[in-house]
Design a protein around this ligand. Structure first.
Ligand code: ZN
Ligand code: ZN
Length: 178
């Protein structure tokens, strides 16, 4: 059963209960390391005021460099929960708050510039590879030039209308050299 379902019977001696979880297991579609702490105050027999914090990390894949990183979460809980059959479920509220806060396009750091398509390096602002422009286009252009030279003229190369992948291009040039 969900660790954050509380019972009205918890309020027999007091009208406020403090809860602090150990690592809280929550089903949000990714690995997480979440801690929940809150104070629940009984307003009436069917309403509980819950105030507290969700803190920890969710592990997301950076949308730029595909690296899985711990995304820091700190969410305020400030809700009124309905009591159903003597119980109230803070766990489901926690899950929904977390899901709402998970970014659609996670980024591992503000400086992340993604992966260079030419060399595969994870580039960052002020720390990036020196490939021409990193989008792979420059490499294709260079191969095209080499092929045109190797096949003896641009007319010839164009009329062939054949697309070379990098590895095919290498073999082609290798043959021509020997
Ligand atoms: Zn990244
Ligand atoms: Zn590069």
């Amino acid at each position: 059963m969900n660790g954050l379902i509380l019972s009205l019977s918890d309020f027999l001696k007091t009208n406020a209960v403090e809860i602090r979880t150990d690592e809280y297991k929550v089903n949000i579609g990714c690995k997480s390391d979440i801690y929940v702490s809150f104070r629940a105050v009984k307003i009436s027999d069917d309403k509980i005021y819950v105030n507290g914090k969700i803190k920890g990390l969710v592990y997301l894949e950076c949308s730029r460099c595909l690296f899985v990183y711990g995304h820091s979460m700190e969410i305020v809980i400030d809700i009124v929960v309905d009591v159903v059959n003597g119980y109230f479920n803070v766990g489901e509220e926690v899950r929904q708050l977390l899901v709402l806060e998970i970014p659609m396009k996670p980024v591992c750091s503000r400086d992340c510039l993604g992966i260079c398509k030419a060399c595969g390096r994870r580039n960052k602002k002020n720390d990036s590879c020196s490939c021409d422009d990193g989008d792979g286009e420059s490499i294709r252009e260079r191969w095209k030039e080499l092929l045109i030279k190797a096949t003896g003229g641009s007319e010839n190369a164009k009329s062939k209308k054949k697309t070379y992948s990098s590895s095919q291009g290498l073999q082609e040039i290798g043959k021509l050299k020997t």
